[in-house]
Design a protein around this ligand. Structure first.
Ligand code: KIV
Length: 264
């Protein structure tokens, strides 16, 4: 078994928390891998933070293959998971065919959105020996039908449905499950009920691990930041400042002491 997958599979029993981040290209995947992260996700969030789309709905298999290939070149240690984009897993046969394409592009595992309703697709992918990370709670690929990014598990019925989704993906063979935007209580109950690890995003601290979009963590998408993220760096501001300083040099407004201009 892939050693990174083995580390993730054993983490829950050993009480080790799993740290996961997204990356979409060679340099960020390499930097994050070198940091010692457990899991790198080539998420379809690339639609927003890389491609400038309003949500993940229009991200295509070609987009995912292109970015998975780039990220894979930078990863040596972490588990590299790639998202199956919207409409790429409408039935089990499509799910397996497209999961294989992501593995051929360099992913060690794939992720798809849905609990009970995606059980047949998850079972087919895991039966084809492709490790699968499930994703329940708020499902960004359904944001248009759902009318926004809403927290799941607030009502008793909602919490019960979330637990049923979690049990369904575990039974279908997922090695772990991302829980996005759920109440901390619902995520805690799911974490206690499952043998596989839960990886939360906006779902409280009780999960077996956490995942974030890299751009949110490092301030590389400063125009929007989810409420549950505290940025650990402000890379966007650094880029603006570096570009402004270069512009001023080129225009002769702030000459360097040696009289040269960067790039000459
Ligand atoms: O696409 C993505 O980045 C994700 C994470 C938010 C879990 O699915």
């Amino acid at each position: 078994m892939n050693p990174a997958l083995e580390r993730i599979r054993t983490a829950k029993a050993q009480g080790r928390k799993i740290a996961a981040l997204t990356a979409y290209d060679y340099p960020t995947a390499k930097l994050v891998d070198e940091s010692g992260i457990d899991l790198i996700l080539v998420g379809d969030s690339l639609g927003m933070v890389v491609l400038g789309l309003p949500d993940t709905v229009e991200v295509t298999m070609d987009d995912m293959l292109h970015h998975t290939r780039a990220a894979a070149r930078g990863v040596e240690r972490a588990l590299l998971v790639a998202d199956l984009p919207a409409r790429s897993y409408e039935n089990p046969a499509d799910a397996v065919r497209n999961a294989r394409r992501l593995v051929e592009a360099g992913a060690h595992a794939v992720k798809l959105e849905g609990g009970v309703r995606a059980q047949a697709q998850i079972a087919a992918i895991t039966a084809a020996d492709i490790p699968l990370l499930a994703h329940i709670g708020m499902l960004p690929q359904s944001v248009r039908e759902e009318g926004g990014y809403k927290i799941k598990g607030r009502s008793e019925e909602g919490a019960r449905a979330l637990l049923a989704d979690a049990r369904a993906v575990e039974a279908a063979g997922a090695f772990g499950v991302v829980i996005e935007l759920a109440t901390p209580a619902a995520a805690r109950d799911i974490t206690a009920a499952l043998a596989i690890p839960t990886i939360g995003i906006g779902a409280g601290t009780a999960c077996d691990g956490q995942i974030l979009v890299l751009h949110d963590l490092v301030g590389l998408f400063p125009w929007f930041r989810p409420k549950f993220v505290t940025a650990q760096a402000e890379v966007g501001a650094e880029i603006r400042a570096a570009a402004a300083s270069y512009i001023a040099q080129v225009r002769g407004e702030t000459p360097r002491p040696d009289g040269r201009v960067d790039g000459t």
